[in-house]
Design a protein around this ligand. Structure first.
Ligand SMILES: Nc1ncnc2c1ncn2[C@@H]1O[C@H](COP(=O)(O)OP(=O)(O)OP(=O)(O)O)[C@@H](O)[C@H]1O
Length: 770
């Protein structure tokens, strides 16, 4: 893939001002800014104390620009690139109050004045909705960097930064390990996540991770809803968009004025904050300077901010910086320093190439195709050039081992395409074979992990395994319950995949049909079988109804309102009550039967142990020393053995039968859960009960609203009606405002982050942390 060099674009945005200050001029071309220091100022700003005027050129200078113009000029093409598969970054930089927050977030109470972040989210989903050739999966994460600490604003416990670290990956670039990624399916969901963190005023990065899926040959032309079709769509690219704000240099002079303005007695805290921000910003400046001078060592790792921005400043990323200035005489020092920094940033270049996915399956497919093409090309070249001596010999063991290592290195990004063999078809084929081997080994490892997860499920009540039974391996037919005469024993192995209930099936989990035979189904209580057992694997609504997935299903895509509505459906509607009761009843039956099967399994094992013991005593086992016995003892032992085998058979048959009933019951439980969710979805969609529910709840809450909040909500509703495009925005605002009213917002996000910050301040003060 050829990388395209591109320079970082820098736009200057001036905060509107009433003063007639003429020290700052913008050329008519809309790209150049001139700063002239007032003679009488006595300010010594030039590097040699003599210069009193400066000129800078940028990609654009926006004066009195609307938010719409700002977005179209600076960010629109970055979002377009994101959807074409290129990673991007939009950053705001500037002195205090110059307009960074206004540019990135905007005035969130006023839809017209929303900033780049909400506009990017709208643009992303608008585009996604219009594309028919591709499917996209979008995740967001929200990171705050404050005092050189990382804060995950979307984590369960947002104050906890433990375990997070900035890492580099040859394919993914720089990323934060441990940062929560929330999948969002709509503009409203994405905005709601953003609004949750909106109150935190420091270095912020909202990351949108966009996975691009393209159709495999079977998938072409069969575009239907994403979730059901993912099987025939392949992940092709994973591009990301970083949207960052609040990169501001604070001078000590500024910190002092802010202290005076806020009348805070604790100046040391303000100063420390300023120093920390300055430290992080000076690392950013050092990094930018090193990059601009093309120095061999670029100190990306000096600070968290520069580590996170590594790709944006010099990697595979389309980067735009908006430098905000405030053109008033008293801010001239800061304005000049911002313009200097911004023009240095403008000299940076990044290398843009498609953000390819590291999915090994995709790499395999791609290289399979390339090898085929190479083979054809080689054959043609051989024929045209009359080339005779191509080595078609089999590869030696050592060469095969080397090829395996190369395949591993290649798939892990440690080897380049150029290192793959091209000299003979045999070597190319071997390379492909080794890639498949590496991939299968990775798959087997995954399978093993799944099995151990399954084993832990079984420990909670699924069938026991007797000693000597063969543990289940994929594709192997374990002989459940077979009387293995030749081996002197009976198998109580792992049930083969197709005999397991839908809820335990790994591969066929999605909507797998219940597998109990008809004869067994008839033993299941009448309420358990019937319509709920029909095969819905091809139904559009077929979903994962495994016990673990059940709760997730209830909570998926809906946040608090949906969950609350689900509780309401189960508790207060006749249909919900009856479906929930069916689930409860089957769950209870399943639990009881599970206990009984477990006891029976123990009896089977005991019977088997007794048979082994008698066989050993009779000398039937070659490995054990026979015990000397008299004829009568011998005949008693034989009788015991016969009785033991009969007992085993009876117990085992019983076990097998109950096991099958349990399977059918598990399937039926899964179906009951599915029915509950499906009916809940219908209830939610058709009668709009959520809105009723929300408004009912809202009504109760409204009594507690203060007048300002009530007014805000009223305004939001009116504005949504006026501009349909703004509906998602207003819905997300409403959602956040409801969370705030319920107290959840304060309790979970902002308070946790603040508590964590305070804790770290104390550690820093006590000298326990840097
Ligand atoms: N282009 C603009 N048009 C209208 N108002 C603006 C503009 N830029 C900034 N403002 C206003 O100026 C004030 C300060 O802006 P903002 O909070 O965005 O600055 P900031 O750079 O983020 O400050 P800080 O570094 O303190 O967070 C806000 O009231 C904002 O609404």
């Amino acid at each position: 893939m050829v990388a395209k060099k591109t320079h970082v674009k820098v736009f200057i945005r001036t905060r509107p001002t009433a003063s007639n200050f003429d020290g700052l001029k913008v050329d008519e071309d809309g790209c150049s800014v001139h700063v002239k220091l007032p003679k009488e100022s006595g300010q010594v700003l030039g590097p040699n104390n003599a210069q009193d005027s400066y000129s800078f050129k940028f990609d654009g200078v926006l004066e009195n620009a609307t938010q719409d113009t700002m977005y179209t000029t600076a960010a629109h093409e970055v979002v377009d690139s994101l959807l074409a598969g290129y990673s991007g970054c939009v950053l705001a930089y500037g002195q205090t109050a110059a307009g960074k927050t206004f540019t990135m977030a905007g005035d969130l109470h006023n839809y017209v004045h929303r900033g780049i972040i909400p506009r990017s989210i709208h643009h992303t989903f608008q585009e996604i909705d219009m594309r028919v050739d591709k499917l996209y999966k979008v995740h967001v994460s929200y990171l705050e960097i404050y005092n050189e600490q990382l804060y995950d604003l979307l984590a369960e416990n947002p104050g906890d930064s433990n375990g997070m670290a900035v890492q580099e990956d040859p394919t993914r670039g720089a990323y934060v390990r441990g940062l929560t990624l929330v999948e969002v399916k709509s503009e409203e969901e994405a905005l709601a996540q953003y609004f949750l963190g909106e109150q935190v005023p420091h270095d912020l990065l909202l990351c949108t991770l966009c996975e691009h899926y393209t159709p495999t040959p079977q998938g072409v032309g069969t575009l239907t809803p994403f979730d059901r079709l993912l099987g025939s769509w392949a992940l092709g690219l994973t591009s990301k968009l970083l949207l960052g704000g609040a990169l501001k240099p604070i001078t000590v002079h500024e910190a002092e004025s802010s202290r005076r303005a806020s009348k805070k007695p604790d100046f040391s805290q303000t100063l420390r904050e300023a120093q920390s921000i300055n430290k992080s910003l000076s690392f950013l400046e050092q990094t930018v300077t090193a990059l601009a001078r093309k120095e061999a060592h670029v100190p990306f790792r000096q600070s968290r901010l520069t580590s996170v921005l590594r790709d944006a400043l010099g990697g595979n990323c389309k980067t735009v910086m908006v430098a905000n200035i405030w053109g008033e005489p008293q801010h001239l020092e800061e304005t000049l320093s911002t313009l200097r920094f911004a023009s240095r940033v403008r000299t940076l270049t990044t290398e843009l190439s498609l953000a390819e996915s590291s999915d090994p399956a995709l790499l395999l497919r791609r290289y399979e195709r390339q090898i085929k093409e190479l083979k054809q090309e080689l054959a043609m070249r051989d024929a045209l050039s009359g080339k005779a001596r191509v080595n078609y010999d089999d590869l030696s063991d050592i060469e095969i081992r080397e090829m395996n290592q190369l395949a591993k290195d290649f798939l892990q990004g440690r080897a380049e395409v150029d290192q793959l063999p091209t000299e003979s078809i045999k070597r190319i084929k071997e390379c492909y074979k080794q890639m498949r081997a590496v991939y299968s080994a990775a798959g087997a490892e995954l399978q093993q992990q799944l099995e151990s997860a399954e084993a832990s499920l079984q420990r909670n009540g699924a069938q026991p395994r007797m000693s000597g039974s063969v543990p289940g391996t994929p594709g192997q037919n374990n002989r459940v319950g077979e009387v293995a005469e030749g081996e002197r024993g009976f198998q109580v192995g792992t049930a083969p995949q197709e005999a397991r209930p839908a809820s335990m099936s790994v591969a066929g989990g999605l909507g797998s049909p219940p597998r109990a035979p008809a004869s067994v189904v008839s033993k299941v209580p009448a309420s358990v079988s019937g319509t709920l057992l029909q095969d819905e694997s091809n139904s559009p609504k077929a979903r994962d109804t495994s016990p673990g997935a059940f709760d997730d299903l209830a909570e998926a895509h809906g946040g608090v309102d949906r969950n609350a509505a689900f509780v309401h459906f189960k508790r207060d509607t006749a249909q919900g009550q009856s479906l929930a009761a069916a689930v409860k009843e089957r769950s209870q039956q399943h639990k009881e039967l599970m206990a009984s099967v477990r006891d029976l399994g123990a009896s089977v094992n005991a019977a088997k142990a007794r048979i082994d013991e008698l066989n050993a005593t009779l000398g039937n086992k070659k490995t054990e020393t026979p015990v000397q016995a008299t004829d009568s003892e011998h005949s008693h032992l034989l009788q015991d053995l016969k009785a033991g085998k009969m007992h085993y058979r009876t117990t085992f048959d019983n076990f097998k039968e109950q096991r099958t009933t349990l399977d059918a019951l598990a399937a039926s439980l899964a179906e009951a859960k599915k029915a509950l969710i499906v009916e809940f979805d219908k209830w939610l969609a058709t009668a709009s009960p959520l809105s009723k529910f929300t408004s009912a709840k809202g009504k109760a809450d409204e009594d507690e609203l203060d007048a300002a909040e009530a007014f805000e909500r009223m305004q939001l509703t009116a504005l949504s009606a006026a501009d349909p495009d703004s509906a998602a925005y207003h819905a997300a605002r409403k959602h956040t405002s409801m969370l705030r009213m319920s107290g959840n917002f304060k309790g979970s996000k902002a308070a946790a982050v603040n508590a964590r910050r305070k804790e770290q301040e104390l550690l820093i003060n006590a000298g326990l942390k840097q």
